[in-house]
Design a protein around this ligand. Sequence first.
Ligand SMILES: Cc1ncc(COP(=O)(O)O)c(C=O)c1O
Length: 444
Amino acid sequence: MPNYPKSEAILSANTQYIPGGVVSTNRAVDPPIVFDRALGAYMWDVEGNRFIDFHAAFGPYVLGHSDEYVNNAVRRVLDEQRSLYGSGTTTLEGQLAQMICDAVPAVESVQILNTGSEATYQALRLARASTGRSHIIKPQGGYHGWHNDVACNLMTPLGVLGERRVADEYPFLPISAGIPEEHSSLVHPVNFNDLESVEAMCRKYPIAGLICEPILQNVGIIRPQPGYLEGLRALADKYGFILIFDEVKTGFRHALGGFSTLSGVRPDLVVYGKAIANGYPIAVIGGRKDLMDLFVSPDPRRRVLLAGTYNGHPVPTVAAIATIERLAENNGAVYQHMEELGCEMQRGLEEIFKKAGTEAVVARQGSAFCAYFMDHLPVDWHDLAANHDADLDGLIRRELLGHGVYYFQLPMKQCSLSAAHTRDDVRYTLQAVAESLAAVTCRH
Ligand SMILES: Cc1ncc(COP(=O)(O)O)c(C=O)c1O
């Protein structure tokens, strides 16, 4: 197993000034590898090792690292001295907003923010302002940011979560200290793919909104069962709550317009981030115009505050414009390329596990894929936590590092292909998985 002495030294030095040495706590992984540079499908660490990157920084790099087209657009904006004026509006903002509205049928108008967490925060505020209610529903296993309304019930161990309780109430299990009881009492976790539990909450509480990833990707890839998203839409209409699709990870990665476009189910509000700007920091909230107009309601009791010094910063804004241009060119050739690679990867992995006699299934949506070491595709967090061999998953991920293949070093996190990956990368990776599996099953 390779060592990473330079990385360890840098982490140790940074830890003196940065708590834990990392600036987002989920980057504290073992082994610590400090990356120095990234281009296309590859990242290089400070030791000089090259890795084929499937982590993609949790999803943004749909075109690959340091995409030339996007970076050139950014350079032009800087050269043209189009800095952040912080006053009035700009043509870039309008151009990006129009591109998104044109790409997504459910989006009638948008606002431009900086991070996914801000966008989910604002979506829940709009839901509360429009309904005059306070309660929120959130499926288990999904991540929607770090704020009080959503920082709960993520990858909770079953020992803490307890028995599966359909249509009953789970406790709010925070992933952060410092969330007041007044907030947690308003948030009601439910099973993903379980309409009954949503309806039970609606009977019990006046629900303002339900926020979910339309395809659950915080814990790999858990698909909505047939009828689930349509059922959520119907319940939203029946009980008058706002249906919010969190497409921070899935939007623009799976299609222009994201998974909602593919599913045909129209949310009331949708949020995007990550792949929309290929690694530049930007997020977008959009949806029904009557809801979005609450940001400018003439009635101060209904108006939702929209503020942000860096909203619409020209650098990420032009990066998003350039990314969408690249994704749209040649009738979506980028998506076609990633679909072909994804298909080859899925088939190859399935073959490897079958040949080795390893119990495994491969979930995939376009460029995103994930192997679960269990006998069926999971339907919710309980299913996954109870059946997936997370130890084997972790060992394979670790072993792959020695082959120069970077899966994020945490079991159950999905892998992402990009436009920059090639068939050779896929074939090399499959060979590396076969060898890694053989090595770890000997020891497991
Ligand atoms: C589905 C989803 N929603 C929201 C967020 C939060 O986005 P950000 O990290 O930009 O605040 C993430 C981040 O991983 C995410 O995957």
